[in-house]
Design a protein around this ligand. Sequence first.
Ligand code: GLU
Length: 338
Amino acid sequence: MLLSAVAAFAKPTIYILATGGTIAGSGASALDSSYTSGTVTVDKLIAAVPEINKIATIKGEQISQIGSQEMNNEVWLKLATRVNELLTSGKADGVVITHGTDTMEETSYFLDLTVKSDKPIVFVGAMRNSGSLSADGPLNLFNAVNVAISKEAVGKGVLVTMNDEIHAAREVTKTNTTAVDTFKSPNSGKIGTVFYGNVKFYMNPIRKHTVNSAFDITKIKELPRVDIIYSHANDNPDFANIAIKNGAKGIISSGMGNGNPFPTVLEALGEGVKKGVVVVRDSRVGTGETTLNGEVDDAKYGFLASDNLNAQKARVLLMLALTQTTDKAKIQELFLTH
Ligand code: GLU
């Protein structure tokens, strides 16, 4: 009796913050590939996996109820602020965030850069909706809670747990439109595994995150406009020109190969730099570093390079960088350290 009372007292408190997505989606039948994201509430998500109550004191909160293609700055600021409050106040020992898979890589990196806690923050979602045959959400959620209570997850920054794998937020990306093994970290690999709740880590993320990051959500009230311009053969500068004309403070140029824009786009971006827009070259290739002064004369045009972040993650970092400075050397340094 006494032992079980002590065990109950020792259970960690994990908050599950729900934002929507397929994990909270439902379709007309178990074999229906068309469905609506974000129809199942956080209480129902938790009730579907009673096993998590044995390992943690679970509390649920609904932050939003959207498909993650609708993700926006307001939800990012609200979510990061709430996670920061829960962890720094001591109310939570860890946080699990249920999220659509489309933009999970961006939201998780945003929190990785802005939340000031080394406690576990774990993103989870599903590729099959909750009513689907062989839905992956319940086991993914069980595994995510196990990662969130793991002592080894402390200090690793924000994590994404899907399909029995654990990925670092900076590295992870969605690589397949429909497959359950869609999440990969193409530059560095997964950092751990979680098999029916058995958590194992193999690597540590070393870039600056959470407590060591240059950014702090308590100091960020709004985010500047940063656009992504995707490059292709026979391109034209219209999108670059309109982004500059319409007030983008930063542009991620998702160039060909080692971040090479089409010549007319290169010149348009160079004109943008002269008008004060911060342009970061990135690559549409998906893996590898975009190197400074490769085929593009970055010194001449005043461009920066994204290191090996993909365009959507480079956009998150540039938005945050622009809340602090427009100094290009300082922003380049942030790209080389975060
Ligand atoms: N578009 C939806 C979303 O990101 C579905 C993707 C998913 O959750 O798997 O919320």
